[in-house]
Design a protein around this ligand. Structure first.
Ligand code: AMP
Ligand code: MG
Length: 326
C-alpha cells in the first residue's frame, strides 16, 4: 500500500510518499519565508496555494510514480492555522477523488511521534517535540497520546525566532542563534521557567530583550545563555516524564530538535539514566509530508470517500486525537 501525505499546518507545504513497510519514495517541501520573520496566516495560505500543485507533481516525479499508483491519501488535520490547513484539505480531496482512493485526516503532533518511531526503531518512547508553534512532551499512555508537559504560552521555536528578530538576525532565527552560541563564553543568569511539568517563554523573552538593550552583554553570550537555559528546561521536563512513566526511550521531533546542543543535552541526560536516545534525520524533524503519509498508513482503516465527514481541526490537541491504530 502506498500513501501520499499532505502537510500544511503552518509555514511548510509538503508532500510525502511512503509505503506500508515504511519505505520512503519522496519527501518534497517548500516553506513560506519572510525577511523579518513571523507568519501571516493569509500570506502563508497564498504561498501554499502557489506551490501545492508543483510540490505534489515533484513528489510523484521523485518517487517515479503516477497518481494511479497511490492507494491512499492523507493530510494534516490540525493543529495549525485554519487558512493553511484548508489548502491542504482541498488538495488532498482533489487527489483522493482523481485517484479514486480514500482519504484520511491525521493529527500533526502524533505524526511527529510515529515517524520518529519508524525512523529510529524506538518502541514506546517519550517524544520531546519542540517546534515553531508547539512545545510538548508526549507519550502513549492509557489508550492515548498524552501531553506530559507543554509550553504555557508560545512554542520554543517562535520564542527563539522572536529574540533573533529583535537583535536583527532575520528568520528563521534558530540556526543563527545556534551558530552565535558557539562563540559564547560567559553564562548569563536568565529566568528558568519550569512550572510543574510545563514551561513558559514570554517572561524570558522580555528579560533577554532588556539585557540586549542594556548593551552590557555580547550577543554571543546572550545566545549561549538562551540555549543553555531553555534547553535545560526542556530536558528537565522530558526527564521527569520518563521517570513518571517508567519509559526508557527518548525521541526528538520538531524543528528546534535540529539543534546540536539540545541533542547533546538530551543524550547526556539519557546516558545518565541508562535510557536510549534517538534523533531522526533533520528532514523529518521539521514539518514534512512523510510523517503525514506514514500516519495515514497507520490510520488506513479510518480512511473514507465520504468527503462531507472530513474537515480540518485547527485546535485539535494531541490528547484529543483518538488513537485507534495502536
Ligand atoms: P517546525 O515548526 O517544526 O517546522 O520548526 C521550525 C522552527 O525550528 C523555527 O522556529 C526555527 O527557528 C527552528 N529551528 C530550526 N533549526 C534550528 C536549530 N538548529 N536550532 C534551534 N532552532 C531551530
Ligand atoms: Mg511540526
Amino acid at each position: 500500500m502506498i500513501c501520499l501525505g499532505i502537510e500544511s499546518t503552518a509555514h511548510t507545504f509538503g508532500c510525502g510518499i511512503i509505503d506500508g513497510k515504511g519505505r520512503i519514495y519522496a519527501n518534497v517541501t517548500d516553506a513560506y519565508k519572510t525577511e523579518k520573520g513571523g507568519i501571516h496566516p493569509t500570506e502563508a495560505k497564498l504561498h501554499h496555494e502557489d506551490v501545492k500543485d508543483k510540490i505534489v507533481e515533484e513528489a510523484l516525479k521523485v518517487a517515479n510514480l503516477k497518481l494511479e499508483d497511490i492507494d491512499l491519501v492523507s493530510f494534516s488535520q490540525g493543529p495549525g492555522l485554519a487558512p493553511c490547513l484548508l489548502v491542504g484539505l482541498k488538495k488532498a480531496k482533489e487527489l483522493s477523488k482523481k485517484a479514486n482512493v480514500p482519504l484520511v485526516g491525521v493529527n500533526h503532533c502524533c505524526a511527529h511521534l510515529e515517524i520518529g518511531k519508524l525512523m529510529t526503531k524506538a518502541i514506546d518512547p517519550i517524544l520531546l517535540y519542540p517546534s515553531g508553534a508547539n512545545t510538548q512532551v508526549i507519550a502513549y499512555d492509557g489508550g492515548k497520546y498524552r501531553v506530559f508537559g507543554e509550553t504555557l504560552d508560545q512554542g520554543v521555536g517562535n520564542f527563539i525566532d522572536a529574540f533573533a528578530r529583535y537583535i536583527g538576525l532575520g528568520f528563521p532565527g534558530g540556526p543563527k542563534i545556534e551558530k552565535l552560541a558557539l562563540d559564547g563564553k560567559n553564562y548569563i543568569e536568565l529566568p528558568y521557567v519550569v512550572k510543574g511539568m510545563d514551561v513558559s517563554f514570554s517572561g524570558l523573552l522580555t528579560n533577554l530583550k532588556q539585557k540586549y538593550d542594556s548593551k552590557k552583554y555580547s550577543v554571543e553570550d546572550l545566545a549561549f545563555s538562551l540555549q543553555e537555559t531553555v534547553f535545560a528546561m526542556l530536558v528537565e521536563v522530558s526527564e521527569r516524564a520518563m521517570a513518571h512513566t517508567g519509559k526508557d526511550e527518548l525521541v526528538l521531533g520538531g524543528g528546534v530538535a535540529c539543534n546540536k546542543r539540545l541533542q547533546q543535552m538530551c543524550r547526556i541526560m539519557c546516558e545518565e539514566r541508562n535510557a536510549k536516545f534517538f534523533v531522526p534525520p533533520n528532514e523529518v524533524l521539521v514539518d514534512n509530508g512523510i510523517q503525514i503519509a506514514w500516519l495515514g498508513i497507520l490510520q488506513k482503516k479510518e480512511a473514507t470517500k465520504d468527503y462531507d465527514k472530513i474537515d480540518i481541526k485547527p485546535y485539535e490537541r494531541t490528547d484529543d486525537a483518538e488513537v485507534k491504530w495502536r
